[in-house]
Write a protein that binds this ligand. Structure first.
Ligand code: NAP
Length: 199
């Protein structure tokens, strides 16, 4: 797929590397494309990356993501928009960041994704031989399907957690992940265990 990633930081860089390695056409959007370099990946203006992506990932600080999404406006309409953002140490308001992003771009199909693991494992999420689960939450089945497919391509076991209201749980889970790293380091990941027959 043509994947547009907005943000050249830890998450943007890791997802760009992992999705490009999986065969996707990745373009990364920056406020200042000339000053950022991501190996083997084109870096362009944020608006251009959003326009070129069939699916767009908002790899941005949580406190700006809704405003940036609103500014990208029409470029996101009708597309799966994946939100990996987290507020830490606490949620800043009612509901999840993902629901606030969805309110800012009502014509986009927002999916909470890639927020419950560290950027250090995002492009290679196999821990001690087992793939990490990647929990996904969204209201649009096709958009969630795109997120599942990209998560699988990166090496995750995708797990649909529910509609977008479940993003609240995933954002709490991410805060728990961050707290766990203090004693257990960053090479840790969540995995849903289940009997094959019920999966
Ligand atoms: N780091 C992790 O392990 C991890 C894991 C899971 C989820 N998350 C979440 O994912 C999000 C991104 O995390 P990160 O670690 O990649 O952050 P980061 O390294 O700070 O990168 C965020 C990027 O967003 C862009 N940006 C910053 N301020 C902006 C603004 N005011 N307007 C528009 N763009 C702006 C910048 O790219 P340009 O300068 O190129 O524009 C920056 O590189 C955060 O919400 C974080 O909580 C992080």
């Amino acid at each position: 797929m043509d994947v547009g990633i907005i943000g050249t930081g830890n998450v943007g860089g890791a997802l760009a590397n992992g999705l490009a390695a999986a065969g996707h056409d990745v373009v990364v959007g920056s406020r200042d494309p000339d000053s950022h370099h991501i190996e083997d990946t084109e870096v362009v203006a944020q608006q251009a990356a959003a326009e070129r992506g069939e699916v767009v990932v908002l790899a941005l600080p949580a406190d700006v993501v809704s405003d940036v999404a609103a500014d990208l406006g029409d470029a996101l309409a009708g597309k799966p928009v994946l939100d990996p953002t987290n507020e830490y140490p606490t949620a800043s308001g009612d509901g999840s960041v993902a629901e606030r992003v969805a309110a800012a771009v009502p014509d986009a199909h927002v999916v909470k994704a890639f927020n419950t693991i560290g950027a250090n494992l995002m492009a290679d999420p196999v821990v001690d031989g087992d793939p990490a689960s990647m929990f996904l939450a969204g209201d649009d089945g096709d958009a969630v399907g795109v997120a599942e497919s990209l998560a699988s391509d990166l090496g995750f076991e995708p797990v649909v957690a529910g509609d977008l209201s479940a993003a609240t749980h995933l954002e709490h889970l991410a805060r728990f992940w961050i707290d766990l790293t203090q004693d257990h380091g960053r090479d840790i990941a969540f995995r849903l265990l289940r009997e094959e027959a019920t999966s």
